[in-house]
Design a protein around this ligand. Structure first.
Ligand code: SF4
Length: 280
């Protein structure tokens, strides 16, 4: 006969689940479907969440990676995702007479504005972030090519050679690991004491609060499950805690056995309440 498993106590991290920017973006698509009817085109996944994307598809949303996939003759609205888009995208939408709705998170727009102000003041701009992330692509695309240099790692910060060390500025992606970013910012400030930047990094409150919740809970549980999409770096940032385990939802045991019976669940800002409820 198998030994009885200890009762499992689940500690839910707070905050968890959708951030305000994600809720706003989903609402934009849903309201567009209600007001204008299907189809509604959405450039890039509105948020990195398969459940949300699949549910919107069933209601009539059509997801595309580029505007070139949308037929010229459509009158349907085109929604830009919460991550923001390069300036070339609204320009193309305008030139093709598309009716566009911008669901860019205001906190991403704030970073775009900061970069634009630094550029106007003639500063060389560094963007701390991950290449190919849609938000980074959008921020780089706010300014002419070559105006912004991407700094992805501490090594990049150590080796970057500015044109003028006294005329530098930095902005950051909103969804980074707070610890990794702090290290990169510290390196830049050490090398270039006159570098301009935000008072804190641009990492948004939703990302920061979720990572702080993980840090607080991790030491008092035996296992920590981060609910997020496999490709999300945000999830990785949360999952860096020694107690954290990030796995596809379906592969998790229904009740992870732990030595003291204490487990915890956290999530990235794109995880839906539905995903968090599953596998309790
Ligand atoms: S994670 Fe932050 S920046 Fe991104 S949509 Fe949510 S609130 Fe906005």
């Amino acid at each position: 006969m198998s030994a009885k498993k200890p009762d499992l106590k689940i500690v839910l991290c707070s905050p968890r689940g959708f951030c305000a920017g994600v809720v706003r973006a989903i609402d934009t698509v849903e309201r567009a479907l209600t007001i204008y009817g299907a189809p509604v085109y959405v450039r890039h996944e509105i948020v990195h969440n398969k459940y949300v994307v699949d549910s919107l598809k069933t209601k009539g949303a059509i997801f595309v990676e580029e505007l070139s996939e949308i037929p010229d003759e459509t009158n349907a609205p085109v929604v830009f995702s919460a991550h923001g888009v390069p300036k070339s995208v609204p320009a193309e939408a305008k030139s093709r007479n598309f009716f566009s709705l911008d669901a860019t998170c205001p906190l991403v727009t704030k970073v775009h504005r900061e970069a634009a102000i630094h550029f106007k003041r003639g500063r060389e701009i560094l963007l701390i972030g991950h290449s190919h992330h849609p938000e980074v692509v959008g921020t780089l695309g706010q300014l002419p090519e070559g105006a912004v240099t991407l700094i992805e790692t501490a090594e990049d910060a150590k080796t970057f050679m500015p044109k003028d060390p006294d005329n530098l500025a930095f902005v950051t992606q909103t969804t980074l690991s707070i610890d990794d970013t702090a290290e990169i910012v510290a390196l830049l400030k050490e090398r270039f004491p006159n570098v301009n930047g935000p008072h804190k990094e641009d990492i948004c409150y939703a990302t920061t609060n979720r990572q702080l919740a993980v840090k607080k809970v991790a030491p008092v549980v035996d296992a920590l499950i981060v609910v997020a999409r496999r490709t999300r770096r945000t999830r990785s940032a949360c999952a860096r805690s020694p107690s954290a385990r990030a796995a596809p939802l379906r592969s998790l045991p229904s009740a992870p056995a732990t030595s003291t019976g204490r487990g915890s669940k956290a999530s990235g800002a794109s995880a839906s309440p539905r995903a968090l409820r599953r596998r309790k």
